[in-house]
Design a protein. Sequence first.
Length: 61
Amino acid sequence: MEIIGTYPNVVGFFYDWGDDPECYHCGQKACPRERRWGTIDSQRRPKQVYDTFKPMAHELF
């Protein structure tokens, strides 16, 4: 994570705040392609990755 804070032109990770209840491309509720990128699930409960992301976000922002 240090490289991201040091060099403004480096993009080091991608995240989406929350999972969508359905795919925004095809509209399916069980589409595995675009639904599960979030740090919280579609019921707004934190996923395991949230605990990893939270301290990194505090460090950078």
